[in-house]
Design a binder for this molecule. Structure first.
Ligand code: ATP
Ligand code: MG
Length: 346
Protein backbone atom coordinates (compact mmCIF):
# COMPACT_ATOMS: atom_id res chain seq x y z
CA UNK A 1 0.00 0.00 0.00
CA UNK A 2 1.30 3.51 -0.73
CA UNK A 3 2.34 5.76 2.11
CA UNK A 4 0.71 9.15 1.80
CA UNK A 5 0.87 12.20 4.06
CA UNK A 6 -1.74 14.90 4.43
CA UNK A 7 -1.41 17.78 6.82
CA UNK A 8 -1.83 21.53 6.78
CA UNK A 9 -2.56 24.79 8.53
CA UNK A 10 -5.27 27.40 8.68
CA UNK A 11 -4.22 30.69 7.05
CA UNK A 12 -5.34 32.77 10.02
CA UNK A 13 -1.90 34.22 10.66
CA UNK A 14 1.78 33.63 10.12
CA UNK A 15 3.08 30.33 11.50
CA UNK A 16 4.67 30.22 14.94
CA UNK A 17 7.19 28.05 16.76
CA UNK A 18 4.31 25.89 18.10
CA UNK A 19 3.50 24.88 14.52
CA UNK A 20 7.18 24.38 13.88
CA UNK A 21 7.87 21.92 16.70
CA UNK A 22 4.36 20.39 16.62
CA UNK A 23 4.23 19.58 12.94
CA UNK A 24 6.25 21.62 10.45
CA UNK A 25 9.74 20.41 11.38
CA UNK A 26 8.58 16.79 11.27
CA UNK A 27 6.98 17.28 7.86
CA UNK A 28 10.25 18.47 6.41
CA UNK A 29 12.08 15.46 7.89
CA UNK A 30 9.44 13.07 6.51
CA UNK A 31 9.61 14.79 3.13
CA UNK A 32 13.37 14.40 3.00
CA UNK A 33 13.30 10.79 4.24
CA UNK A 34 11.99 9.75 0.82
CA UNK A 35 9.76 7.12 2.51
CA UNK A 36 6.48 8.57 1.30
CA UNK A 37 4.91 8.14 -2.11
CA UNK A 38 3.09 11.44 -1.89
CA UNK A 39 2.92 14.38 0.51
CA UNK A 40 0.04 16.86 0.44
CA UNK A 41 0.38 20.06 2.44
CA UNK A 42 -2.87 21.98 2.56
CA UNK A 43 -3.47 25.63 3.31
CA UNK A 44 -6.93 25.28 4.85
CA UNK A 45 -8.52 28.56 3.79
CA UNK A 46 -12.06 27.13 3.62
CA UNK A 47 -11.70 25.87 7.17
CA UNK A 48 -10.31 29.25 8.27
CA UNK A 49 -13.45 30.90 6.89
CA UNK A 50 -15.63 28.82 9.24
CA UNK A 51 -14.74 31.16 12.09
CA UNK A 52 -13.60 34.16 10.02
CA UNK A 53 -16.58 34.58 7.69
CA UNK A 54 -16.59 38.35 8.22
CA UNK A 55 -12.87 38.68 7.60
CA UNK A 56 -12.12 37.00 4.27
CA UNK A 57 -9.30 39.45 3.53
CA UNK A 58 -7.37 38.22 6.56
CA UNK A 59 -7.62 34.64 5.30
CA UNK A 60 -6.71 35.67 1.75
CA UNK A 61 -3.59 37.54 2.80
CA UNK A 62 -2.41 34.83 5.14
CA UNK A 63 -2.38 32.19 2.40
CA UNK A 64 0.82 33.71 1.08
CA UNK A 65 2.26 34.17 4.59
CA UNK A 66 1.75 30.49 5.37
CA UNK A 67 3.19 29.45 2.00
CA UNK A 68 6.29 31.58 2.71
CA UNK A 69 6.65 29.95 6.13
CA UNK A 70 6.44 26.51 4.49
CA UNK A 71 9.11 27.23 1.92
CA UNK A 72 11.32 28.94 4.50
CA UNK A 73 11.20 25.83 6.71
CA UNK A 74 12.28 23.61 3.83
CA UNK A 75 9.08 22.22 2.34
CA UNK A 76 10.06 21.67 -1.26
CA UNK A 77 7.41 21.88 -4.02
CA UNK A 78 9.42 19.33 -6.01
CA UNK A 79 8.85 16.79 -3.25
CA UNK A 80 5.62 17.93 -1.56
CA UNK A 81 2.36 19.11 -3.12
CA UNK A 82 1.36 22.49 -1.66
CA UNK A 83 -2.32 23.22 -2.21
CA UNK A 84 -5.09 25.66 -1.33
CA UNK A 85 -8.14 23.87 0.10
CA UNK A 86 -10.82 26.08 -1.50
CA UNK A 87 -9.48 25.28 -4.96
CA UNK A 88 -10.50 21.63 -4.59
CA UNK A 89 -14.34 21.66 -4.81
CA UNK A 90 -14.41 17.84 -4.54
CA UNK A 91 -13.69 18.29 -0.83
CA UNK A 92 -17.07 20.02 -0.35
CA UNK A 93 -18.86 17.21 -2.11
CA UNK A 94 -17.20 14.57 0.04
CA UNK A 95 -18.03 16.55 3.21
CA UNK A 96 -21.68 16.68 2.16
CA UNK A 97 -21.93 12.89 1.96
CA UNK A 98 -19.91 12.32 5.14
CA UNK A 99 -22.27 14.60 7.09
CA UNK A 100 -24.87 11.83 6.91
CA UNK A 101 -22.54 9.48 8.77
CA UNK A 102 -22.04 11.69 11.86
CA UNK A 103 -24.50 12.72 14.59
CA UNK A 104 -24.80 16.18 16.14
CA UNK A 105 -24.12 14.74 19.60
CA UNK A 106 -20.91 13.13 18.32
CA UNK A 107 -19.70 16.53 17.09
CA UNK A 108 -20.71 18.14 20.39
CA UNK A 109 -18.45 15.70 22.27
CA UNK A 110 -15.30 16.69 20.33
CA UNK A 111 -13.06 18.18 23.07
CA UNK A 112 -10.96 20.35 20.73
CA UNK A 113 -14.04 21.89 19.12
CA UNK A 114 -15.54 22.37 22.59
CA UNK A 115 -12.55 24.36 23.83
CA UNK A 116 -12.30 26.30 20.56
CA UNK A 117 -15.97 27.29 20.85
CA UNK A 118 -15.29 28.56 24.37
CA UNK A 119 -12.15 30.40 23.29
CA UNK A 120 -14.07 32.22 20.55
CA UNK A 121 -17.11 33.01 22.73
CA UNK A 122 -19.26 31.16 20.20
CA UNK A 123 -21.42 29.43 22.84
CA UNK A 124 -24.69 31.02 21.76
CA UNK A 125 -23.95 31.42 18.07
CA UNK A 126 -21.77 28.68 16.63
CA UNK A 127 -21.56 28.91 12.84
CA UNK A 128 -22.73 25.56 11.41
CA UNK A 129 -19.62 25.42 9.22
CA UNK A 130 -17.37 25.74 12.24
CA UNK A 131 -19.30 23.12 14.18
CA UNK A 132 -18.91 20.65 11.32
CA UNK A 133 -15.28 21.33 10.46
CA UNK A 134 -14.13 17.93 11.81
CA UNK A 135 -16.21 16.40 8.99
CA UNK A 136 -14.60 18.59 6.36
CA UNK A 137 -11.23 17.61 7.81
CA UNK A 138 -12.19 13.96 7.28
CA UNK A 139 -12.88 14.86 3.65
CA UNK A 140 -9.44 16.48 3.34
CA UNK A 141 -7.66 13.46 4.77
CA UNK A 142 -9.61 10.79 2.88
CA UNK A 143 -9.66 12.62 -0.47
CA UNK A 144 -5.92 12.04 -0.74
CA UNK A 145 -6.11 8.53 0.79
CA UNK A 146 -3.69 9.75 3.45
CA UNK A 147 -2.19 7.03 5.62
CA UNK A 148 -0.23 9.38 7.88
CA UNK A 149 -1.19 12.73 9.39
CA UNK A 150 1.67 14.48 11.24
CA UNK A 151 0.03 17.06 13.53
CA UNK A 152 -0.05 18.34 17.12
CA UNK A 153 -1.99 16.73 19.95
CA UNK A 154 -5.01 19.05 19.52
CA UNK A 155 -5.75 17.14 16.32
CA UNK A 156 -6.27 13.74 18.01
CA UNK A 157 -10.08 14.11 18.20
CA UNK A 158 -10.17 15.08 14.49
CA UNK A 159 -8.30 11.92 13.55
CA UNK A 160 -10.66 9.83 15.70
CA UNK A 161 -13.62 11.42 13.93
CA UNK A 162 -12.06 10.71 10.54
CA UNK A 163 -11.46 7.06 11.41
CA UNK A 164 -15.09 6.68 12.51
CA UNK A 165 -16.30 8.15 9.22
CA UNK A 166 -14.01 5.85 7.23
CA UNK A 167 -15.22 2.76 9.11
CA UNK A 168 -18.85 3.77 8.79
CA UNK A 169 -18.52 4.57 5.09
CA UNK A 170 -16.70 1.34 4.32
CA UNK A 171 -19.18 -0.76 6.28
CA UNK A 172 -22.22 0.81 4.63
CA UNK A 173 -20.96 1.23 1.05
CA UNK A 174 -18.05 -1.22 0.81
CA UNK A 175 -14.28 -0.78 1.17
CA UNK A 176 -13.41 2.55 -0.42
CA UNK A 177 -11.67 4.88 2.06
CA UNK A 178 -8.34 4.53 3.86
CA UNK A 179 -8.03 4.81 7.66
CA UNK A 180 -5.29 7.31 8.55
CA UNK A 181 -2.86 7.22 11.46
CA UNK A 182 -1.91 10.30 13.45
CA UNK A 183 1.83 10.94 13.84
CA UNK A 184 2.42 12.93 17.02
CA UNK A 185 5.72 14.65 17.88
CA UNK A 186 8.12 12.32 19.71
CA UNK A 187 9.13 15.04 22.15
CA UNK A 188 6.54 15.56 24.95
CA UNK A 189 7.18 19.32 25.00
CA UNK A 190 6.23 19.59 21.31
CA UNK A 191 2.80 17.94 21.59
CA UNK A 192 1.24 21.24 22.55
CA UNK A 193 3.70 24.08 22.98
CA UNK A 194 2.40 26.62 25.53
CA UNK A 195 2.16 30.34 24.78
CA UNK A 196 4.70 32.92 25.94
CA UNK A 197 2.00 33.91 28.48
CA UNK A 198 2.07 30.41 29.99
CA UNK A 199 -1.37 29.51 28.59
CA UNK A 200 -1.83 25.88 27.59
CA UNK A 201 -1.37 26.41 23.85
CA UNK A 202 0.54 28.83 21.68
CA UNK A 203 -2.14 29.90 19.23
CA UNK A 204 -2.54 32.59 16.61
CA UNK A 205 -5.92 33.40 18.13
CA UNK A 206 -4.46 34.01 21.62
CA UNK A 207 -1.74 36.53 20.81
CA UNK A 208 0.93 34.57 22.68
CA UNK A 209 3.13 33.48 19.81
CA UNK A 210 6.72 33.67 18.66
CA UNK A 211 6.39 33.75 14.87
CA UNK A 212 8.87 32.13 12.52
CA UNK A 213 9.04 35.45 10.70
CA UNK A 214 9.56 37.66 13.79
CA UNK A 215 12.72 39.76 13.63
CA UNK A 216 15.61 38.89 15.95
CA UNK A 217 14.65 41.89 18.13
CA UNK A 218 11.00 40.85 18.36
CA UNK A 219 11.96 37.30 19.33
CA UNK A 220 14.31 38.60 22.02
CA UNK A 221 11.67 40.95 23.42
CA UNK A 222 9.10 38.14 23.56
CA UNK A 223 11.49 35.68 25.20
CA UNK A 224 12.69 38.19 27.80
CA UNK A 225 9.11 39.03 28.81
CA UNK A 226 7.89 35.43 28.99
CA UNK A 227 5.80 34.15 31.85
CA UNK A 228 7.85 32.02 34.29
CA UNK A 229 7.28 30.81 37.84
CA UNK A 230 5.36 33.67 39.52
CA UNK A 231 6.77 32.67 42.95
CA UNK A 232 10.37 32.84 41.79
CA UNK A 233 10.92 36.44 42.83
CA UNK A 234 14.52 36.57 44.03
CA UNK A 235 17.40 34.76 42.32
CA UNK A 236 17.95 32.78 45.54
CA UNK A 237 14.32 31.50 45.61
CA UNK A 238 13.74 27.90 44.59
CA UNK A 239 11.90 27.83 41.23
CA UNK A 240 9.39 25.56 39.53
CA UNK A 241 10.25 23.94 36.23
CA UNK A 242 6.88 22.21 35.66
CA UNK A 243 4.39 24.48 33.94
CA UNK A 244 7.16 27.04 33.38
CA UNK A 245 7.05 27.73 29.63
CA UNK A 246 10.69 28.87 29.52
CA UNK A 247 11.74 25.34 30.43
CA UNK A 248 9.14 23.75 28.15
CA UNK A 249 10.65 25.73 25.25
CA UNK A 250 14.10 24.57 26.26
CA UNK A 251 12.77 20.98 26.31
CA UNK A 252 11.52 21.56 22.77
CA UNK A 253 14.50 23.40 21.31
CA UNK A 254 17.78 23.01 23.13
CA UNK A 255 20.38 20.34 22.58
CA UNK A 256 23.66 19.59 24.30
CA UNK A 257 25.74 21.55 21.82
CA UNK A 258 23.81 24.70 22.80
CA UNK A 259 25.26 24.38 26.33
CA UNK A 260 28.82 24.14 25.03
CA UNK A 261 28.18 27.20 22.91
CA UNK A 262 26.16 29.49 25.16
CA UNK A 263 26.17 28.14 28.73
CA UNK A 264 29.30 26.02 29.26
CA UNK A 265 28.97 25.90 33.06
CA UNK A 266 26.13 23.36 32.60
CA UNK A 267 26.50 20.02 30.80
CA UNK A 268 22.83 19.64 29.92
CA UNK A 269 19.26 20.72 30.59
CA UNK A 270 18.87 18.45 33.62
CA UNK A 271 21.67 20.32 35.40
CA UNK A 272 20.14 23.68 34.54
CA UNK A 273 16.72 22.53 35.79
CA UNK A 274 18.24 21.18 39.01
CA UNK A 275 19.91 24.52 39.73
CA UNK A 276 16.69 26.44 39.05
CA UNK A 277 14.72 24.10 41.33
CA UNK A 278 17.32 24.43 44.09
CA UNK A 279 17.40 28.23 43.88
CA UNK A 280 20.22 30.57 42.93
CA UNK A 281 19.51 30.73 39.21
CA UNK A 282 17.77 33.84 37.86
CA UNK A 283 15.09 33.95 35.15
CA UNK A 284 17.08 36.47 33.13
CA UNK A 285 20.00 34.10 32.68
CA UNK A 286 17.73 31.24 31.59
CA UNK A 287 15.82 33.50 29.20
CA UNK A 288 19.03 34.81 27.64
CA UNK A 289 20.06 31.23 26.97
CA UNK A 290 16.65 30.37 25.51
CA UNK A 291 16.91 33.43 23.28
CA UNK A 292 20.28 32.25 21.87
CA UNK A 293 18.88 28.76 21.25
CA UNK A 294 15.74 29.98 19.46
CA UNK A 295 17.63 32.60 17.44
CA UNK A 296 19.97 29.90 16.14
CA UNK A 297 17.00 27.80 14.97
CA UNK A 298 15.06 30.72 13.44
CA UNK A 299 17.85 32.69 11.77
CA UNK A 300 18.18 30.49 8.63
CA UNK A 301 14.38 30.25 8.32
CA UNK A 302 14.06 34.05 8.48
CA UNK A 303 16.76 34.52 5.85
CA UNK A 304 15.21 32.03 3.42
CA UNK A 305 11.78 33.57 3.97
CA UNK A 306 13.05 37.01 2.91
CA UNK A 307 14.50 35.49 -0.27
CA UNK A 308 11.23 33.74 -1.21
CA UNK A 309 9.21 36.90 -0.43
CA UNK A 310 10.99 38.70 -3.29
CA UNK A 311 8.94 36.81 -5.89
CA UNK A 312 5.31 36.44 -4.78
CA UNK A 313 3.95 35.50 -8.26
CA UNK A 314 6.30 32.49 -8.18
CA UNK A 315 4.71 31.41 -4.88
CA UNK A 316 1.20 31.62 -6.36
CA UNK A 317 2.46 29.57 -9.27
CA UNK A 318 3.65 26.83 -6.90
CA UNK A 319 0.26 26.85 -5.16
CA UNK A 320 -1.64 26.74 -8.45
CA UNK A 321 0.32 23.76 -9.74
CA UNK A 322 -0.02 21.96 -6.41
CA UNK A 323 -3.77 22.63 -6.27
CA UNK A 324 -4.22 21.32 -9.83
CA UNK A 325 -2.41 18.10 -9.01
CA UNK A 326 -4.34 17.72 -5.76
CA UNK A 327 -7.66 18.20 -7.53
CA UNK A 328 -6.91 15.32 -9.90
CA UNK A 329 -6.32 13.03 -6.94
CA UNK A 330 -9.41 14.22 -5.05
CA UNK A 331 -11.56 13.83 -8.18
CA UNK A 332 -10.49 10.19 -8.49
CA UNK A 333 -11.44 9.51 -4.86
CA UNK A 334 -14.79 11.29 -5.26
CA UNK A 335 -15.55 9.17 -8.33
CA UNK A 336 -14.81 6.02 -6.30
CA UNK A 337 -16.97 7.29 -3.42
CA UNK A 338 -19.91 7.98 -5.73
CA UNK A 339 -19.49 4.61 -7.41
CA UNK A 340 -19.53 2.88 -4.00
CA UNK A 341 -22.65 4.85 -3.05
CA UNK A 342 -24.13 3.99 -6.44
CA UNK A 343 -24.92 7.63 -7.16
CA UNK A 344 -23.07 7.65 -10.48
CA UNK A 345 -26.22 7.48 -12.58
CA UNK A 346 -25.04 8.46 -16.04
P1 ATP B 1 -5.94 28.90 15.05
O1 ATP B 1 -5.87 29.63 16.35
O2 ATP B 1 -6.37 29.73 13.89
O3 ATP B 1 -6.68 27.58 15.17
P2 ATP B 1 -3.50 27.50 15.46
O4 ATP B 1 -2.36 28.29 15.99
O5 ATP B 1 -4.26 26.58 16.38
O6 ATP B 1 -4.45 28.52 14.74
P3 ATP B 1 -3.73 25.59 13.29
O7 ATP B 1 -3.62 26.08 11.90
O8 ATP B 1 -5.08 25.29 13.86
O9 ATP B 1 -2.97 26.64 14.25
O10 ATP B 1 -2.82 24.29 13.50
C1 ATP B 1 -1.94 23.81 12.50
C2 ATP B 1 -1.07 22.67 12.98
O11 ATP B 1 -0.16 23.11 13.97
C3 ATP B 1 -1.81 21.50 13.62
O12 ATP B 1 -1.14 20.33 13.26
C4 ATP B 1 -1.67 21.73 15.09
O13 ATP B 1 -1.73 20.52 15.80
C5 ATP B 1 -0.28 22.34 15.16
N1 ATP B 1 -0.16 23.26 16.30
C6 ATP B 1 -0.77 24.45 16.42
N2 ATP B 1 -0.45 25.04 17.58
C7 ATP B 1 0.41 24.19 18.21
C8 ATP B 1 1.13 24.22 19.45
N3 ATP B 1 1.01 25.26 20.27
N4 ATP B 1 1.93 23.18 19.78
C9 ATP B 1 2.06 22.13 18.94
N5 ATP B 1 1.41 22.04 17.76
C10 ATP B 1 0.60 23.04 17.39
MG1 MG C 1 -6.18 25.55 15.57
Amino acid sequence: MSKIILTGDRPTGRLHVGHYVGSLKRRVELQNSGEYDDIFIMIADAQALTDNADNPEKVRQNIIEVALDYLACGLDPEKSTLLIQSQIPELCELSFYYMNLVTVSRLQRNPTVKSEIQMRNFEASIPVGFFTYPISQAADITAFKATTVPVGEDQLPMLEQTKEIVRKFNSVYGDTLVEPEILLPKNQACLRLPGTDGKAKMSKSLNNCIYLSDSADEVKKKVMSMFTDPNHLKVSDPGRVEGNPVFTYLDAFCQEHHFEEFLPEYANLDELKAHYTRGGLGDVKVKRFLNEVIQQELEPIRTRRKEFAKDIPAIYDILRKGSEKAEEVAARTLAEVKASMKINYF
